[in-house]
Design a protein around this ligand. Structure first.
Ligand SMILES: N[C@@H](CCC(=O)N[C@@H](CSS)C(=O)NCC(=O)O)C(=O)O
Ligand SMILES: [Fe+2]
Length: 252
């Protein structure tokens, strides 16, 4: 993304980075310009992008969502130059398919891709770059892998409590403790945490793996209301007729 016009007056902890959280209705779906956009709020989000004089380059998903339809396809119909991004392992359509270790460059900054499967097999966490010119503390956009004092459920979409436990411990808890955590959801009104906070207080992921698995097996959550609509649509970027490259045919 090109933040040059707005960056000087809108900076968040680094003059090169403009950061916003956009709230979607009651359950606080969080996204960055633009990580995990929602179809229903595309017009609002694009208005903000226009107002701030930004050039939107990427619309990024952390995974194939089950509770809402992604806005990435709709964004591309309104701003055709935008490229959609999702992990190759998600087996969903997008313009670019990323995997662990890839970097997504925007302006002078970049996001690093970390594979954090377990909620779904294709879940990734996007982490701001490491280096003197990158924002400090780092910021991790964890999708539904790590939530604030919680984590994504593992009882559908190929979920695995074992994988999720390993993902969070190896890929997220290995980041500096001051790293900010921005998840895709919070059901209690929180917006941000840190790696250190979650390592100390997360009621699921501070436990040993066997206890974690037992917690996850006994969540007894109802299925998301939109799962049967959202998952098939999200496999095609939120739009049935979008002509983008299938995951298995592209090499990003
Ligand atoms: N009631 C909501 C769905 C709630 C839900 O299942 N959330 C998911 C993330 S969206 S796939 C989850 O992993 N929750 C974990 C938890 O501990 O709550 C709806 O109907 O949309
Ligand atoms: Fe999810």
């Amino acid at each position: 993304m090109n933040y040059t016009k707005a960056a000087s007056s809108q900076a968040f902890n680094n003059r090169k980075l403009l950061f916003r959280q956009l709230f979607e209705k009651g359950f606080l779906h969080l996204h960055l310009l633009l990580i995990d956009p929602v179809d229903k709020t595309v017009d609002r989000d694009l208005s903000l992008v226009r107002e701030l004089g930004l050039k939107l380059v990427y619309a990024i998903n952390t995974h194939v969502h089950a509770d809402h339809v992604t806005g990435t396809g709709l964004i591309k119909t309104k701003v055709p130059s935008v490229k959609s991004i999702i992990a190759k392992a998600g087996k969903s359509k997008a313009d670019l398919h990323v995997e662990a270790g890839d970097q997504i460059h925007f302006g002078d900054l970049f996001l690093e891709v970390r594979a954090t499967p377990g909620h779904t097999p294709g879940c990734v966490t996007y982490v701001t770059g490491d280096g003197p010119d990158q924002p400090q503390p780092r910021m991790a956009f964890t999708g539904d892998a790590l939530l604030i004092r919680g984590c994504g459920r593992t009882d559908f979409q190929g979920g695995s409590a074992h994988q999720l436990y390993q993902s969070v411990h190896s890929q997220i808890f290995s980041l500096p403790r001051e790293t900010f955590i921005y998840p895709a959801h919070d059901y209690r009104g929180f917006t941000v945490s840190t790696v250190g906070e979650e390592m100390q207080y997360n009621p699921r992921l501070t436990k040993d793996e066997e206890t974690f698995k037992s917690i996850m097996e006994n969540l007894n959550l109802p299925y998301p209301k939109m799962i049967d609509i959202a998952v098939p649509l999200n496999l095609v970027c939120g739009l049935q007729d979008l002509s983008v490259t299938p995951a298995d045919a592209s090499s990003n």
